[in-house]
Structure formats: C-alpha cells, structure tokens
Write a protein that binds this ligand. Structure first.
Ligand code: ATP
Ligand code: MG
Length: 241
C-alpha cells in the first residue's frame, strides 16, 4: 500500500476557535491507482491533499507512506519526501514568474539529492507534456493550458511515485483541460499513482475510483466501472499537443 490514512483528524485553531476540517479519514491508496476526490466546496478536499502531500501535518491519526509511519519524521525528512517522491499540481499553476519554462522545471532538481543532468532531465519532462518547443519562453508568456503542462513537467521531473493534482483543470478551457487529463492519464498508464481533486464529474471519470467527502468525512468510495470511464484516447485526435 502506498498511502494509508488511519483516523486522520485535522483541526485549525485560530485563537479560541477550533475548526474541525477532517473528522476521521480512513483511506488506503495502492500504487498505480488513479483516485478522484470530489465533494462540496469547504468539505476539506484541499486540506486532505495537503495532509497526504506533507504540506501540512494532521492533528492526530496515523499516516503510513510507502509502509513508513510518517509521524516521527522531522521537517527535513518531510521536505525530502515531498521533493523526491511526490509531485504537486495546483489549480493556479504556481509557476515562478519572469523565469523561463525550463528553469521552472529545473528548480525541483536543484533541491533534490541529484547532482547532474538538470537540463536534460527538465527537457525530457517538458517533452513528455508536449512543450519541447517552449523551453525558453518566460512562464508568463504562455497560455494557461501550457502553464499547467509546465506545472505537470515540474511535478514529474524528480520521478515521483505519486502526483497530487488539486483542481488541475479548474482554471482551464475545456480543450486545455482535456490535454491536461490526457497527460495525467498517460502518466497513470505508465504506473504512476494519481490523486486528483475535481468538481467536474467528467474529469473524475478518468479515475478508476471516486472518493467523495462531505464535511470532513468520506461518505462514499467507489470503483468506476470500466464502461463508465472516460479515456482520453477517445478525444486524442482533437488534441494537437
Ligand atoms: N488555515 C486555515 N485556518 C482555518 N480554517 C481553514 C484553513 N484552511 C482551510 N480552512 C477551513 O477548512 C475547511 C475546508 O477547506 P478546504 O480548502 O480543504 O475545502 P475544499 O473542499 O478544498 O473546498 P474548495 O472546493 O472550495 O476548494 C473550510 O471550512 C475552510 O474555511
Ligand atoms: Mg480546495
């Protein structure tokens, strides 16, 4: 099992006010799965992603990542897992402005343990998302869809086991959204685990499993029948990436 959450609770405390955001989440994700997380606004989806992605720690509960109990990990160890084994893609891209596409993708390599081939590895990741021709554009000189593909290349460059994507198509037009889903699907077919938050059922149907949360609790967790799944191959001929 790649990810195992046992009774994860997350509260935010501001002064005397305690907001209970995750109320006992139990969730296991196997390597190679493609999981979509759905649920109303404010239900705790991003909080759950941040907790599983080590951007934030749970208030209580047990989190095993790749068989290791993460509770005792210090901030440096968490940063290392985040950098080497996890890729994050956000709704708002979060690229460095006035910095080239190539340099945005090189950045995580600089923080990683690896010492060589920064440029060729970053190029390879950008080629995998169809942006081999845009290496020297500034990140603010490309379209939203292209920015999200740069963000995926950046998530991919350290060869992570799992990619977390929080509403990756939320700011995109439908064609760019299809291209992004096409790429995520290919990465999953290559064996990478994908965990995706979306409000869009059609986007969620790319996954093999849909987990729904409401008010900080999982209210359903279902496998998507193969006949209901949306596969990008069906729309691939429309895409010129
Ligand atoms: N740092 C924080 N301090 C206090 N409360 C927070 C904090 N971050 C999130 N919350 C609260 O936690 C709840 C869940 O937020 P979260 O961002 O996880 O929801 P979400 O399901 O991702 O919503 P959306 O679909 O709108 O992105 C909300 O009520 C929010 O106000
Ligand atoms: Mg959110």
């Amino acid at each position: 099992m790649l990810i195992e959450l046992k009774n994860i609770i997350k509260n935010y405390e501001n002064g005397d006010v305690v907001t209970k955001v995750l109320r006992g989440i139990n969730l296991s994700v196997d390597e190679g799965e493609f999981v979509a997380i759905m649920g109303p606004s404010g239900s705790g989806k991003s909080t759950l992603m941040h907790t599983i992605g080590f951007l934030d720690r749970p208030t209580s509960g047990e989190y095993l990542f790749d068989g290791e109990n993460t509770e005792g990990f210090n901030d440096d160890e968490l940063a290392r897992i985040r950098n080497d084994r996890i890729g994050f893609v956000f709704q708002s891209f979060n690229l460095l402005p006035r910095t080239s596409v190539l340099d945005n993708v090189i950045l995580p390599l600089l923080y990683s343990g690896s010492k060589t081939n920064y440029e060729s590895r970053a190029k390879k990741a950008l080629e995998a998302v169809g942006l081999g021709e845009r290496l020297h554009f500034m990140s603010n000189q490309i379209s939203g869809g292209q920015k999200q593909r740069v963000a995926i290349a950046r998530a991919l460059v350290c060869d992570p086991k799992v990619i977390f994507a929080d509403e990756p198509t939320g700011n995109l037009d439908s064609k760019s959204g299809h291209i992004v889903m096409n790429i995520l699907e290919k990465l999953n077919n290559e064996g990478r685990t994908i965990i995706l938050v979306t409000h869009d059922k059609q986007v969620a149907l790319h996954a093999n499993r849909i987990v729904t949360i409401s008010d900080g609790e999982i209210i359903s967790d279902v496998l998507v029948p193969e006949s209901d799944r949306v596969h990008s191959k069906e729309i691939e001929e429309d895409l010129d990436i």
